[in-house]
Design a protein around this ligand. Structure first.
Ligand SMILES: *Cc1c(COP(=O)(O)O)cnc(C)c1O
Length: 373
């Protein structure tokens, strides 16, 4: 359900931009390398099902998500492609994963023992497909040593009626940085794991967007393409991408109230802003409950192609801006995206809030409806 059908605010998702980013990357891949589009967190706020449709048309042959429910959403929408859950799935939910043909991550031997117990207790007709996670330096989930990995493979071999190893992967923590020392350390650890592997599973993969953009030679036979598919540079502004990334998300609203205030009048909670002369003030009906953060006080939006500062604190559902001149109710306000000659990027918003565009995009809430163009 969309909670915001009757309001002057919406996320606009440009499907051509998504297609361009995903298809350009897909065409750069070596023959035999598959692209799994990462659509976790509701497609980084862009809408998982819509993004998955575009990604499929643009050449993606599978999907990655963070949690089982996100995989179930794709199955319910009719997708039959392989889906990999990147996070740790609760062992008790594995029968459901098997039933829906969803692949899970194998993060540890402790998890594997629990998984075997649960699967043995259910008489399932199919095996659980897993990808072994290797912790080569991310320090999040996965096997840290070759011995642990070998123990897991031995356990799976004893229970080959229940579990099948369909893939093996690692995740890099610095692939989006200029300094490559730590990246190479992880690559070398991964190579040592691979050399010790008795046989290669169907999928071998290491690449997030940054790795595939800048270290394609590492790709293996599948990539996990996320943020760059949405048109966002994984490095922020540190490294130029090899082709133009087109941001797919805009956020637009309208002026709902416009007035002139006298010098000395204050605006917003805490009266943190006081007009020092006669000023035109507009009200925009979006707030931090929509994911438009309070930290954006003093940032700007675009009205008629001009930057207008946010004055006073961002409220839960509204905020105020200073306008150069009066505008009618219904005048378009661009919070993210192009308006006239100027644009506001998620990246610049993130920089202002001292965070990253990944976070800004996925904070936008369900009550901001999404429209697709
Ligand atoms: C989120 C995630 C990705 C995608 O990363 P991007 O930087 O968005 O391309 C890939 N792999 C794993 C394990 C992830 O958690």
């Amino acid at each position: 359900m969309s909670l915001g059908l009757h309001r002057n605010a919406r996320l606009v998702i440009n499907k051509q931009a998504l297609f361009h980013n995903i298809n350009t990357e897909q065409k750069r891949l070596a023959p035999g390398t598959e692209m799994f589009m990462v659509v976790k967190a509701n497609g980084y706020g862009h809408g998982a099902v819509e993004v998955a449709r575009v990604a499929k048309a643009a050449g993606a042959t599978g999907f990655c998500v963070a949690i089982l429910d996100e995989a179930l959403e794709l199955r319910a929408a009719g997708f039959t492609e392989p889906i990999l859950v990147l996070g740790v799935t609760r062992p008790e939910d594995l029968p459901l994963a098997v039933q829906k043909d969803i692949t899970t991550t194998l993060p540890s031997n402790e998890w594997l023992a629990l998984a075997v117990q649960v699967l043995a207790d259910h008489s399932l007709t199919d095996q659980l497909n897993v990808h072994i996670a290797l912790d080569t330096g991310m320090g999040r989930i996965g096997f840290q040593s070759i011995d642990e990995m070998k123990a897991a493979i031995a356990t799976v071999n004893e229970h080959s009626d229940l579990i099948n190893i369909d893939g093996i992967f690692t995740h890099f923590s610095t692939a989006d940085a200029k300094d490559l020392d730590y990246f190479h350390l992880q690559v070398n650890r991964f190579k040592r794991f691979m050399a010790a592997l008795p046989s290669r599973p169907r999928y071998v993969h290491v690449s997030n967007s940054a790795t595939s953009l800048w270290h394609q030679e590492c790709n293996g036979n599948m990539i996990r393409f996320g943020v760059a598919g949405y048109g966002l540079n994984p490095s922020g502004t540190e490294i130029e991408p090899p082709y133009e990334l087109q941001p797919a998300m805009s956020l637009v609203s309208e002026i709902v109230h416009c007035k002139q205030v006298a010098a000395g009048r204050s605006i917003g909670y805490g009266a943190t802003y006081t007009a020092n002369d006669r000023q035109w003030i507009g009200t925009v009906p979006i707030g931090y409950a929509d994911g438009y953060q309070r930290a954006l006080q003093n940032f700007h939006v675009l009205v008629n192609g001009q930057f207008c500062p946010i004055v006073g604190r961002v409220c839960m559902d509204q905020f105020m801006i200073r306008l150069p001149k009066p505008v009618p109710i219904g005048t378009k306000v661009t919070l993210v995206g192009q308006n006239g000659k100027n644009r506001i990027s998620l990246e610049s918003m993130a920089h202002f809030c001292d965070t990253i565009h990944y976070e800004v995009a996925c904070l936008f809430q369900e009550r901001l409806p999404r429209t697709y163009i």
